[in-house]
Design a protein around this ligand. Structure first.
Ligand code: PNW
Length: 476
């Protein structure tokens, strides 16, 4: 007995419990499974400019496509807009204190391009730069590391043709290079673009996000390609103008797939499904080329690729950041693709947003699939979180459902770190309730409640829970 490890004792205790032998004395109980995260794991929260800032006409800010979209009747729930949102443009010091109270080490926020270039390109608005300098300086003064996203969907409305115009990719590169030059003395981690699919397909094919278009496949592929090109040229521009030691990556909600049974054949099928499903986005970025099957399938609608495009798009990255919410299950199949993506089942649980099915295993498999497919040096979770409908009662929000969601996902991220995948940090979406795009203020993702009448912020139960996870650097 003396040589038994704690794990062996745990097995014995479990076995005796099964055969009815009871749990034995407390001293014989196994230690809880180690669910700690790696040393120096970066715990943070995430937000985005249009969703929190407000002050939409202040200090020379130009209009963005989301101003135009949200002011168009029928586009956003209740006619909500980001005109005021969380008023973080004025309250960023208070918001930084929310982070500090959590013990967070890092904050991922985005810069509104139209505050820097009100016309999208050309004349620089110094007051916009001054604002973000103040935000960054206040974060650093509070010991919080800034992670900056350059484009989180709020495109300057003045850019002719928006993402349908290839010139927008060049305008983005100018903006990215300028900002990197201004902030990289203090900001070491820069993300070019947030989530290709949402501003390309959802904005130009499905039409539920700005600019609300429903274009044909050829035009949509062109928009996607321009988005990738912006990332690629932006990466090069950041490298050209940033201080040495600046790290560049992107934040992508790649489409992941969960093997329905953990056998080698289903695991391989799910991995292939992930490479295939991201053919026009992350796969192209990581491999520097569109997969042949994608170009063949698109035929005459395939994106027009100019010389140098793919080299830019495939620029080496210092890290890959993943926004991870939900994923379907996959099983191996005897068909051309080699797999079947299973449709969601009738009773699969979801959070308040109808698309947000609760699939915690996506967290583990997402990290593992990116690692196995493309071997990035460093991975982050740039977003994970959920919407809930929990009301504020006497100013308190009991969101144990969010705690349930987060605990389950974090358990799967922890599994990925324990198995050695290079996940270095986690940004919870979101620091506070905010403007949830076409859902306006009807879907709330915050771990802090925001009273949008008074702008009072109050920690929810989930904030207390997250603070404890950060304090312990562990789930248990
Ligand atoms: C992300 N989906 O969007 C965005 O980056 C955030 O700005 C947003 O507030 C957050 O997630 C919550 O929605 C997504 O349909 C939108 O799978 C849709 C999906 C995923 C992410």
């Amino acid at each position: 007995m003396a040589d038994l490890s704690r794990r062996d004792i745990g097995k014995l205790v479990g076995a005796s419990a099964l055969v009815g032998g009871g749990l034995g004395t407390p001293a014989a109980l196994a230690a809880p499974r180690d669910q700690s995260f790696p040393k120096d794991f970066v715990w943070g929260c995430a937000t985005a400019s249009y969703q929190i800032e407000g002050a939409y006409r202040e200090d020379g800010r130009g209009l963005s496509n989301w101003d135009v979209f949200s002011h168009t009747p029928g586009k956003v729930a209740n006619g909500d807009t980001g005109d005021v949102a969380c008023d973080s443009y004025h309250r960023y010091r208070e918001d930084n204190q929310l982070l500090k109270n959590l013990g967070a080490r890092a904050y991922r926020f985005s810069i509104a391009w139209s505050r820097i270039f009100p016309e999208g390109r050309g004349t620089v608005n110094q007051r916009g730069i001054d604002h973000y300098n103040r935000v960054i300086d206040d974060l650093l003064a509070n010991g919080i590391t800034p992670y900056v996203t350059l484009f989180h969907w709020d495109l300057p409305a003045a850019l002719p043709g928006g993402w349908q115009n290839r010139d927008t990719a060049y305008a983005f590169a100018d903006y990215a290079g300028l900002m990197a030059g201004k902030i990289s003395d203090r900001v070491k981690d820069i993300m070019t673009i947030n989530e290709f699919l949402c501003f390309t397909d959802l904005g130009h094919k499905v039409g539920t996000k700005a600019p609300g278009l429903r274009l044909g496949p050829r035009e949509v592929n062109h928009v996607r390609h321009n988005g990738l090109l912006a990332h690629g040229l932006g990466t090069q521009a950041v490298r050209a103008s940033a201080k040495p030691g600046t790290r560049v990556g992107l934040a992508e909600n790649a489409a992941f797939h969960i093997p329905v049974i953990e056998t080698p054949e289903h695991i391989a099928a799910a991995k292939k499904a992930t490479r295939d499903a991201n053919a026009m986005f992350l796969t192209a970025v990581m491999e520097g080329k569109y997969p042949d099957f994608y170009l063949e399938a698109e035929g005459a609608n395939a994106p027009k690729i100019q010389s140098g495009d793919m080299a830019a798009i495939g620029s080496p990255l210092d890290f890959v950041a993943i926004n991870l919410y939900t994923a379907p299950y996959v099983q191996a199949a005897d068909n051309k693709a080699g797999y079947t993506v299973l449709p969601p089942t009738a009773t699969s649980p979801r959070m308040a947003s109808p698309w947000l099915r609760v699939t915690p295993e996506a967290a583990y498999w997402g990290i593992r699939q990116v690692s196995e497919l493309w071997n990035p040096k460093v991975l982050y979770v740039s977003e994970n979180g959920c919407s809930t409908d929990d009301p504020a009662v006497n100013g308190m929000v009991n969101d144990a459902d969010r705690v349930m969601y987060l605990r389950n996902y974090l358990g799967q991220f922890q599994r990925a770190t324990a198995e050695g995948y290079p996940l270095k940090g986690y940004f919870l979406w979101s620091l506070m309730d905010n403007f949830e795009w076409e859902d306006g203020y009807t879907k709330l993702f915050g771990i802090h409640h925001v009273d949008f009448k008074t702008q009072k912020r109050t920690p929810k139960l989930s904030a207390a829970w997250y603070k404890e996870v950060i304090r312990r650097n562990a789930l248990v």
